[in-house]
Write a protein that binds this ligand. Structure first.
Ligand code: SME
Length: 161
């Protein structure tokens, strides 16, 4: 059931990105909004992009409650760790993580998947859930496919947002 939704939403995103001449910012925002309304366990969806010179991540688009954490140093929290590790990080229970930045007391789990451009980790998609342990490897693969679509669509313009 969920896999069917993943496939159909991936198709919607692909169609939207290829048919509409929107800016990177608008495209990312559309994806955040679409994911948040499509999956009951996705309460907050956002994209952070890396600024290598300052070793920080910057929030560029999100759907869900506003967060104070719009800038995150590499290495800090789940997001900062993914900026350095280059691998997806699935957290079934955030209370068991030492290196975690809480955006809301309601968040119980999180998944962060890096976004690669020409093999380089330039950003990430971050999803918070109010449910405990809602994510699986299918979510990881789904989010990796979305990140690839974004990189293929926007290319180097992603480095300018
Ligand atoms: N929880 C994240 C911080 C970003 S918020 O989830 C929006 C982390 O530990 O990196």
């Amino acid at each position: 059931m969920k896999n069917q939704s993943f496939n159909s939403i991936l198709q919607d995103i692909s169609t939207h990105l290829s048919q509409t001449k929107n800016s990177v910012q608008e495209g990312l925002q559309w994806i955040c909004d679409t994911l948040k309304i499509s999956f009951s366990a996705y309460q907050w969806v956002g994209f952070y992009f890396a600024e290598p010179s300052s070793q920080t991540l910057h929030l560029k688009a999100y759907a869900g409650a506003p967060t104070d954490h719009t800038t995150i140093p590499f290495g800090k929290g789940i997001c900062g760790q993914v900026a350095l590790s280059n691998v997806p990080f699935l957290v079934p229970d955030v209370t068991l993580q030492d290196n975690y930045i809480a955006c809301s007391v309601d968040v119980r789990s999180e998944i962060v998947v890096p976004l690669f451009l020409n093999g380089k980790n330039i950003g990430q998609i971050d999803i918070d859930s109010h449910y405990s342990d809602p994510f699986s490897n299918e979510d990881t693969e789904f989010l990796e496919a979305i990140c690839k679509l974004i990189a293929d669509t926007y290319g180097n313009t992603l480095l300018e947002i």
